[in-house]
Design a protein. Structure first.
Length: 95
């Protein structure tokens, strides 16, 4: 997938995560019910070609408490020495 397409996907997900429909957050609810999405985002974070987009999507997800809780249950977070530092690094540096 080319860089423009990856950028467009990130933009669409950013928009969907920020969309509130009658007091509900449909995209947040969808992702919270599928924690495997965080596995893909974290794995993508290690791939140079998509790391920026995955980091951006992770930062957008972390703006929602339900998704923060969900992300912290992902084995990659659980197995890290300090999940809080790992999450902080992802949010602030995108790497």
């Amino acid at each position: 997938m080319n860089i423009k397409a990856r950028k467009d996907i990130g933009t669409v997900i950013h928009y969907l995560l920020g969309r509130n429909a009658n007091g509900r957050w449909p995209c947040v609810e969808y992702i919270a019910q599928r924690p495997a999405i965080f596995e893909y985002l974290l794995a993508g974070h290690d791939d140079y070609n998509i790391a920026f987009q995955c980091g951006s999507i992770l930062r957008d997800c972390m703006k929602h408490e339900a998704l923060c809780r969900c992300a912290l249950t992902v084995p990659r977070f659980e197995s890290s020495q300090n999940p809080h530092n790992y999450l902080t690094q992802l949010i602030h540096t995108g790497s």
